[in-house]
Design a protein around this ligand. Structure first.
Ligand SMILES: Cc1cc2nc3c(=O)[nH]c(=O)nc-3n(C[C@H](O)[C@H](O)[C@H](O)COP(=O)(O)OP(=O)(O)OC[C@H]3O[C@@H](n4cnc5c(N)ncnc54)[C@H](O)[C@@H]3O)c2cc1C
Length: 286
């Protein structure tokens, strides 16, 4: 079995600031990290590798500086890494990004047939959650979004069963392989890199693919030229009106203080009351 995990290197959002005059994101000096949601996708792929003994290839489309993200994935246990990088890819929106990634995955499929493609649920910078579904559509793969758990993969019948978090509950879905899965955050516990894998990752060759190696057939569909999205305005969220409250607390009676606080929250938030009532219904899972 061959699994491909798509990861994106993103600016660490805890360091991001918006320029007060131009309203553009100030990226200078901001450290880059693997998109946090993609770490859950890597972990889930590695768990399948542990269970079923498959090969995991990690891929990103980005500038040459994205290489450390791939080495980090190798240090966690991925087997192969591909950096799809070419000047003509810059300025890509989600349509152009999914075109390039789908073309590259097709090339990987020619080397070793691909059974599952993982992406994160969304990125923390672009935030659209469109790239995964875009790749699935282009590759004509079954699409499973917002997956919180992979319950079963049967290689003999080529079926997969997953749990998908939906509003107010969990859906159990079964479909055939090959499939593309967008992975939810918090769905698994992330592993640490082992020392042997860290040495292996430092020595490994990250494959660099340009437009030719990535199998791009139409260069009008990549980069800025292939991106119909126009960003008309960027703005920060309006600060909330509510202010933090200081609540008197008697350390001698913590239970009474907690009960009073809970009562106050419920009185002020009918939405929380509705949610609690909904969760108390039989058959509703958190
Ligand atoms: C006009 C325009 C120009 C842009 N120019 C640039 C630019 O020059 N440089 C730039 O960095 N961004 C640029 N962007 C942003 C870029 O288009 C998006 O970040 C990118 O298309 C992915 O969309 P997203 O971040 O919303 O991903 P989502 O759809 O939220 O991502 C979902 C998942 O898809 C996978 N994924 C997403 N992107 C990649 C990737 N590149 N490689 C591998 N897997 C991926 C990840 O697993 C991710 O968790 C531009 C956007 C627009 C609209």
């Amino acid at each position: 079995m061959h699994i491909v995990v798509c990861i994106k290197q993103v600016p660490d959002s805890t360091h991001i600031r918006v320029h007060p005059v131009t309203n553009t994101i100030m990226r200078q000096g901001v450290p880059a990290i693997i998109n946090p949601y993609d770490l859950f996708a890597i972990e889930e792929a590695l768990r399948l590798k542990d269970r079923l003994g498959c090969t995991v290839t990690v891929i990103t489309m980005g500038p040459p500086q994205a290489e450390p993200a791939l080495r980090k994935a190798l240090s966690l246990g991925c087997d192969d890494a591909v950096l799809v990088t070419d000047k003509i890819f810059s300025g890509a929106d989600t349509l152009a990004t999914s075109y390039v990634l789908a073309s590259a995955i097709r090339m990987l499929h020619k080397e070793t047939p691909v059974d599952i493609v993982f992406t994160g649920k969304q990125t923390i910078d672009g935030d659209t959650a469109q790239v995964g579904p875009g790749i699935a559509k282009r590759l004509d793969m079954e699409l499973l979004t917002y997956v919180s758990r992979i319950s079963q993969v049967d290689l003999a019948t080529r079926r997969i069963i997953v749990e998908r978090r939906a509003e107010g509950g969990v859906q159990v879905l079964e479909t055939r392989l090959p499939a593309l899965i967008t992975m939810l955050e918090g769905s698994n516990e992330l592993r640490f890199a082992s020392t042997p894998n860290m040495f292996r990752a430092a020595r490994a060759t990250v494959r660099l693919w340009d437009r030719t190696s990535a199998g791009i057939e139409d260069i009008k569909l990549v980069g800025l030229k292939g991106s119909p999205t126009v960003v008309s305005r960027v703005f920060g969220p309006t600060p909330r009106a509510e202010k933090a409250k200081q609540i008197p607390f008697d350390p001698a009676a913590p239970d009474a203080a907690a009960a009073a606080l809970l009562e106050q929250i419920l009185a002020e938030s009918p939405r929380v009351q509705e949610e609690l009532a909904h969760r108390r219904q039989p058959g509703v899972r958190d």
